[in-house]
Design a protein around this ligand. Structure first.
Ligand code: GLA
Length: 386
């Protein structure tokens, strides 16, 4: 049996003196391609991974909800009356971690769903602050938990949108839809190709002879919120200068013809976006053909673009990527997620993956004195009851 499942069940029983009615699991994600394009209506290609948030929960008999964050050993109680003020029952501001689950209740209420009070315990093995969407996993876990206890219908994409709304408005982080989408819609052994404009998506099988290896630089993502918002604004300005509603409507050719009209910084940001949208569309075509070598080359190009044009890399991410590329079995390596620290994603021949992970870690430590975590990931199912 899964140890996180056992852990939340045990803590739930110890805390609430009954068995949990529901157990839910919601995965983190790693993005293969399509970086910083979800908020430009572009294409993304994430994978839900085999690291997840686990929740044990039941409807509460009390008129308030109680949440236990097992990993922090903290507990918070709130009611429908305290949700809008972002406080607990005693009127104290919610701790940061609690804003994600409470924000999910808020988003459901705003959308017209009544949420019953619940007792819940959660734990997670998605590393926090590493760019693997630990927050989106919490959101998708709690939206699913609230859905299970309230018994209303909502498909995975609707859950993703509710989670994004909770994060944008209640938590106050201006993210796009990719992370919640991946956690909600994951499919075992598949990547997920999403058109962020229409929200149409398809699952694309991953070749069985490649492994997805995630390498955490052990550099926490610093200043990422403000830098992320700056990137978003530059993209909006770029679109405006092109007379487009988003950069999705600007082709690479049109960008090349008119780029001198943009301020240099806006031109660099916009170039990344228009090329990355094209790159991701092409990459899916290659993946469907099983052409992992060409796919990996596009991952490498993406890193260069994020480093030089979008300027969201850092020394350690570049070091990790450069070491990875020196191994024969590595098809492609790049930073993944928002950047400014966090993880790289590597596409590696399955037969080489163990050795690759070991040597990448030791050579990274030699170069930086930092101890990385390296995970060989499996693409997993999205959030839901187990
Ligand atoms: C963060 C955001 C996503 C996306 C990525 C960059 O993970 O939450 O919406 O914008 O950065 O691709």
């Amino acid at each position: 049996m899964n140890s996180l499942r056992e852990r939340v069940t045990q803590i739930f029983e110890d805390t609430f003196r009954e068995q949990p009615k529901f157990i839910l699991r919601a995965p983190g994600r790693v993005n293969l391609l399509g970086e910083h394009v979800d908020y430009n209506d572009g294409f993304v290609l994430p994978v839900a991974i085999d690291r997840a948030v686990w929740i044990a929960c039941s409807p509460a008999s009390a008129p308030h909800s109680s949440l236990v964050a097992a990993d922090l050993d903290e507990r918070v109680s709130f009611s429908s009356a305290t949700i809008p003020a972002k406080t607990d029952l005693e009127g104290k501001p919610l701790p940061h971690w609690a804003k994600y689950p409470v924000g999910c209740a808020w988003a459901l209420n705003e959308a017209g769903h009544e949420t019953p009070s619940i007792n819940a315990v959660f734990t997670s093995d998605v590393p926090r602050g590493s760019g693997l969407s630990s927050s989106a996993a919490v959101e998708m876990g709690f939206i699913s938990a609230l859905q299970a206890t309230a018994g209303f219908e909502a498909d995975p994409m609707s859950r993703a949108k509710l989670g994004q709304r909770a994060e944008n408005v209640y938590v106050g982080v201006n993210c796009g839809i990719m992370d919640q989408f991946a956690s909600a819609c994951g499919k075992r052994d598949h990547a997920l190709f999403l058109d962020c404009r229409t929200l149409e998506w398809q699952a694309v099988p991953l070749p069985s002879d490649v492994a997805i290896v995630v390498a955490d630089t052990a550099v926490p993502r610093s200043l990422s919120d403000s830098a992320y918002n700056e990137r978003r604004s530059a993209c909006e300005e770029g679109a405006r200068l092109f007379g487009a509603s988003s950069l999705r409507d600007v082709s690479v050719a049109e960008f090349q013809r008119n780029k001198q009209k943009l301020p240099p910084l806006v031109a660099r940001r916009a170039q990344h976006v228009v090329e990355e949208i094209q790159r991701t569309e092409h990459a899916v075509f290659l993946l469907k053909q099983g052409n992992v070598k060409a796919f990996g080359r596009l991952m490498n190009e993406c890193h260069e673009s994020l480093r030089d044009l979008y300027e969201v890399s850092c020394r350690e991410l570049d070091v990790m990527v450069n070491i990875a590329r020196s191994f024969d079995g590595c098809y492609g390596a790049r930073l993944t997620g928002a950047g400014f620290g966090g993880c790289t994603v590597n596409l590696v021949a399955q037969s080489e993956a163990e050795q690759f992970a070991k040597e990448l870690a030791s050579r990274y430590t030699e170069a930086t004195n930092k101890i990385p975590s390296v995970y060989i990931c499996r693409a997993e199912e999205g959030a839901g009851m187990v």
